[in-house]
Structure formats: structure tokens, C-alpha cells
Write a protein that binds this ligand. Structure first.
Ligand code: VGL
Ligand code: ZN
Length: 208
């Protein structure tokens, strides 16, 4: 079983969104080609899905501005602009994404006291989302992932996939992903590679 995992391809992470990733929208046609390719037995999307007043929002911490470092539940936490609030258009999957073909949507980030970059578990690694069990139950053996943002949610999801799904071949599709900070993207790619994630482009994914 070969699965495609689309990370946080949401309005809020695209230009015009509340936490816009540069060129975030450019990946949508590539993601659609992957979705429509017939290469995948299973297509899963994750969705950042925060309650209003989430603890990762700078607005929840008096005196903090977006992109300051702060603390959440005693741990260092990047202070984000309010983003991907549940049931707002900012949290919607990108309107051009071929969502009809998505088999399952894994929401994350609902607990106001902890952030959840990974689609598999909260940042404190205690609460699981259930995605690992979902993929295990479907006997997934190959997992390709891409999306937004490379240096946060994509990286943490890829690393957790390797760790939580032993034996599964995990590949990161670089041109179907964009990051927040260029230096962060380069470091994220090095870190993914060192953890056993293969780095490919969509041409290779489309070729099988
Ligand atoms: C993300 C920051 C905050 C992401 C989500 O999807 O990469 N980044 N929440
Ligand atoms: Zn978030």
C-alpha cells in the first residue's frame, strides 16, 4: 500500500492567509498532479485546526508579537500569528486542491496548551492523533509526503513517520512543498535525510 500524505495545504498557509508561507500556493497544482496520478492507493491530508485563543498564538501572550519566542506549558514556543482557527476560511484546505480524492483528513492542534506540528502527535510527544494507527491498519508500506511548511509541520511529520512506522519507506517531495524560512528549509531537509527520509521531486514520485 502506497500512501500520499498532504500536510496542511490550507488557505492560512498560502499568500493572503494569516500565516502565509512564501509561494505556498505554488504547490497546489503539483499536489493535484500527485493526487490524480494513480500512483497512490490512499490519500490523506492533515489540517492545522486550532481553537480560538490557542496557546501558540502571540495574541494569547501579553507583550508578545508574532515570530517572537515565548513559552507554552513551560516549553519554548514560537509565537505565531492567529492562524487556522477551526471552521474559518483560514483553516480550509486550499480551494483548488482536489479534495474529492482525499480518503481521510487528520486534524491536529486542537489542544490549546500544546502545539502540534506533526500530523502524528503533539509537540510534547504525549498525545497521538491516531494517524499512525490509521496508516498501520491500512498496511501502508510506502509514504510520500509534501505540503506546508517544510521547516515545521512537514519536517516533524516526516521524522515521526520514520520513527512511528518502522519498515515504511518515507519520501519527502521537495517541489511539492514550501517553507517559512530558507535556512530552516535547508536544515529541515538535512535533518529529514539524516533520519532516513528520501528526498525526491514530484517527477520521481509520478514515475513511481
Ligand atoms: C505550521 C506553524 C504553526 C505548519 C502550523 O503547518 O507548518 N507552522 N502551525
Ligand atoms: Zn498551527
Amino acid at each position: 500500500m502506497k500512501a500520499l500524505l498532504l500536510i496542511d495545504i490550507q488557505t492560512g498557509f498560502c499568500p493572503g492567509g494569516n500565516l502565509a508561507v512564501p509561494e505556498g500556493d505554488r504547490i497546489v497544482p503539483i499536489a493535484n498532479r500527485l493526487i490524480d496520478s494513480g500512483q497512490y492507493d490512499l490519500i490523506v491530508a492533515s489540517q492545522d485546526w486550532h481553537p480560538e485563543g490557542h496557546g501558540s498564538f502571540a495574541s494569547s501572550h501579553p507583550g508578545k508579537k508574532p515570530f517572537d519566542m515565548g513559552e507554552l506549558s513551560g516549553k519554548p514556543q514560537m509565537m505565531w500569528p492567529d492562524h487556522c482557527v477551526q471552521n474559518t476560511s483560514d483553516a480550509a484546505l486550499h480551494p483548488d486542491l482536489h479534495t474529492d480524492a482525499i480518503d481521510f483528513i487528520q486534524q491536529k492542534g486542537q489542544n490549546p496548551a500544546v502545539d502540534s506540528y506533526s500530523a502524528f502527535r503533539d509537540n510534547d510527544q504525549s498525545a497521538l492523533t491516531g494517524l499512525a494507527d490509521y496508516l498501520r491498519n491500512r498496511e501502508v508500506t510506502e509514504l510520500d509526503l509534501c505540503g506546508l511548511a517544510t521547516d515545521y509541520c512537514v519536517k516533524f511529520s516526516a521524522i515521526d513517520a520514520v520513527e512511528m512506522l518502522p519498515g515504511v519507506k518515507v519520501r519527502f517531495i521537495a517541489d511539492a512543498s514550501r517553507g517559512i524560512d530558507p535556512a530552516g528549509v535547508a536544515a529541515a531537509i538535512d535533518e529529514m535525510r539524516s533520519r532516513g527520509v528520501a528526498i525526491i521531486d514530484s517527477a520521481e514520485a509520478l514515475a513511481g
